[in-house]
Design a protein around this ligand. Structure first.
Ligand SMILES: *[C@@H]1O[C@H](CO)[C@@H](O)[C@H](O)[C@H]1NC(C)=O
Ligand SMILES: *[C@@H]1O[C@H](CO)[C@@H](O)[C@H](O)[C@H]1NC(C)=O
Ligand SMILES: *[C@@H]1O[C@H](CO)[C@@H](O)[C@H](O)[C@H]1NC(C)=O
Length: 182
């Protein structure tokens, strides 16, 4: 599907989300204080800022960066790269919310990845909590999901066509059926 476009459209973006969490599982109970985490790296900072900007635009508080979610995202992205040809991970049984982006034909940056999800905002109607046909508002509603508190993201560069797979995890997961994002 990607290949036949490549003559005319060098840029290809595909998005998906874990869009049907049935119920938010309770956040892991306190568990004491985690040891002081290393300051988020440059890329982490970009993922976080792009999320928190979209959240602020609709009056939702910021996410915190989670090194352990970022590690899970990194392991998942690398597994998809190494074993599954950089296809989307199946996150249906994940305890986290997940957004994914496959981009081909150019180098994806953390900010541009998040902005691709946020671009679905224009297809989302808050009043009736619905999405225009053929769009994936779930990637947007996960970004701004108020009850999600923690974020961790990573990307894997894929061998073919300067492509990449970006994955973000959210805890607690968003897109709970029947709830509005905020
Ligand atoms: C790191 O930060 C600089 C300055 O903000 C920015 O120009 C650059 O693109 C960032 N690099 C990555 C990999 O995010
Ligand atoms: C892997 O993905 C690329 C790009 O989508 C495709 O051209 C290639 O045929 C795939 N390889 C396998 C083994 O599925
Ligand atoms: C939700 O509202 C929008 C804007 O008024 C409308 O276009 C859309 O059809 C509605 N969707 C549903 C499922 O009611």
């Amino acid at each position: 599907m990607v290949k036949m476009l490549s003559t005319f459209a060098a840029l290809v973006l595909l998005v998906t989300c874990q869009c049907s969490a049935q119920a938010a599982s309770p956040a892991p109970a306190g568990g004491g204080s985690t040891p002081a985490a290393a300051p988020p790296s440059n890329a982490s900072q970009e993922y976080l800022e792009a999320h928190n900007q979209a959240r602020a635009e609709v009056g939702v508080g910021p996410l915190q960066w989670s090194p352990s979610l970022a590690k899970s995202a990194s392991l998942t992205a690398r597994l998809q790269r190494d074993k599954h040809n950089c296809s989307f991970a199946n996150l249906a049984n994940s305890k986290y919310g997940g957004n994914q982006l496959w981009a081909g034909g150019f180098a994806m940056t953390p900010r541009a990845a998040v902005e691709t999800w946020v671009a679905e905002k224009k297809f989302y109607t808050y009043e009736n909590n619905s999405c225009a046909p053929d769009h994936r508002c779930g990637v947007y509603t996960q970004v701004v999901w108020k009850k999600s508190a923690e974020l961790g993201c990573a990307a894997a560069a894929c061998p073919k066509d300067q492509s990449s797979l970006t994955i973000c995890f959210y805890n607690p997961p968003g897109n709970v059926v029947g709830e509005k994002p905020y």
